[in-house]
Write a new protein. Sequence first.
Length: 74
Amino acid sequence: MCRRLVHQIHRLLPNFKMTYMELLEQLQVCSNETLQQEVTVYDIAEDEFVPVSETHYTNEDSQVLDPKHLYIAF
């Protein structure tokens, strides 16, 4: 699936976004075994699973996200 199509789908379906609070709620019901697994995200555009390498916060001059927005890097 091409990236342009994926971005168009995300624009048309804005309710398919997850907040960090929703993520926390999902994590809180996971077993200890699940919580010990590597964090993995699914790249829809590439149709592949990718391990998360780290988290960061955007800086004050970010033009894409609000400043101090947490994001996951892979």
